[in-house]
Design a protein around this ligand. Structure first.
Ligand code: PLP
Length: 369
């Protein structure tokens, strides 16, 4: 007898993380590869977070505060809400999986866009739900197609805002008119992993919409602008009932002491956040100039990455860039996603990218961009 794996679970595609710099260095015999593949903050963690980490290590023989009281208190103040609406997670990835477990039964539907963050589909499938996939149109969410996909079995609907990998957003007006069309049995999950980078004035105010009674969850993370991806901590804001249920089914110590303390310090480090935003805007402008000069279509991104149509085989371009020590993300067909890095990393990418684009002729690789 061998262990039988359920066919639904066996068919799940594993998450493919961005290639590690050390891996590429070994494979291509290069040094100091530049990783622009996972939307991390190249400025590093907040210095304030680093200094509390050093002070906290002598408490590591103790269990964490399983409730994350201090961090939740600070988040509650920031958003002007009560702490019973906040849930901490081992990255927002964990919160996605917990939401599926909280509101979906086997055979229920969740509506997901493509291309978008792949974890939504994995979490839904792993929970024996049906992932109903609705393609983007012109790199934007097709909210009316998503509304039409709703059935009595729909429990969750995911909006990644800004969307990973396109960087595009659903604005406040679009979200509000969408919410008016959807029935109350559908919980809308708005994933704002890149929310702190957004500069457009019409970005939705999810807390405000929640207080008007719309069934919404917002997810945020300390992995992106706060520069703490390695510590694994994120948070969600929802109704007290949803939060209470998620708390019942999570592991008791899902976020660790160091993560909680560093997140609290990072949350209050406005200088680090402002510097990260400024670096991002400069980097994006440089990338856009390069793509414009090369005649390559791209989307205007509200996040810390750009999405470009290379007009050729994107996988080949991705691999050619690896040989220059630059790691980006191949999405699909001709499309690449490049994270904004430090100024010298951006320059290194641009030099490599120009060479790669000029040595391999543009083909008719198809794309919606
Ligand atoms: C990076 C990312 C997350 C956050 O992941 P963590 O688990 O918090 O590290 C969530 N959603 C999207 C769309 C992301 O790109």
């Amino acid at each position: 007898m061998s262990i039988e794996i359920h066919p639904t679970i066996a068919a799940i595609n594993p998450y493919i993380p961005g290639r590690l710099a050390e891996e590429i260095e070994r494979e291509f015999g290069i040094t100091q590869a530049t990783k622009l593949a996972s939307n991390e903050n190249a400025l590093g963690p907040s210095p304030k977070a680093l200094s509390v980490l050093r002070d906290e290590t002598n408490t590591l023989n103790r269990y964490p505060d399983g409730n994350g009281t201090a961090l939740k208190h600070s988040l509650a103040q920031k958003y002007g809400i009560t702490a019973d609406r906040i849930m901490l997670g081992n990255g927002s990835d964990e919160l996605i999986a917990l939401l599926v477990k909280t509101v979906m039964a086997p055979g229920d539907d969740a509506i997901i866009a493509t291309p978008s963050f792949s974890i939504y589909e994995t979490a839904v499938t792993a929970g024996f739900g049906n992932a109903i996939i609705v393609p983007l149109t012109d790199c934007h969410y097709d909210l009316s197609a998503m509304a039409k996909a709703i059935t009595p079995r729909t429990r969750l609907l995911f909006i990644c805002n800004p969307n990973n990998p396109t960087g595009t957003i659903v604005n406040g007006e679009q979200l509000l008119s969408f919410l008016h069309q959807i029935p109350k049995h559908v919980l809308v999950v708005v994933d704002e992993a890149y929310g702190e980078y957004v500069t457009t004035p019409d970005y939705p105010d999810i807390i405000g919409l929640q207080s008007q009674g719309h069934p919404l969850v917002v997810l945020r993370t300390f992995s992106k602008i706060y520069g703490l991806a390695g510590l694994r901590i994120g948070y969600g804001i929802a109704s007290p009932t949803v939060i209470e249920t998620m708390n019942k089914i999570r592991l008791p110590f899902n976020t660790n002491t160091l993560a909680q303390r560093a997140a609290l310090a990072a949350l209050q480090d406005d200088d680090h956040i402002n510097a990260s935003r400024a670096m991002n805007l400069t980097g994006k402008a440089l990338f856009y100039d390069t793509f414009t000069q090369l005649g390559l279509p791209f989307t205007h991104s509200e996040a810390n990455f750009v999405y470009v149509n290379t007009k050729q085989n994107g996988k080949v371009a991705f691999e050619a860039l690896l040989r220059f020590g630059v790691i980006v993300r191949h999405i699909d067909g001709p499309m690449l996603r490049i994270t904004v890095g430090l100024p010298h990393e951006n320059e290194r990418f641009i030099t490599a990218f120009r060479t790669v684009m000029q040595t391999s002729p543009a083909s008719n690789a198809s794309s919606n961009l």
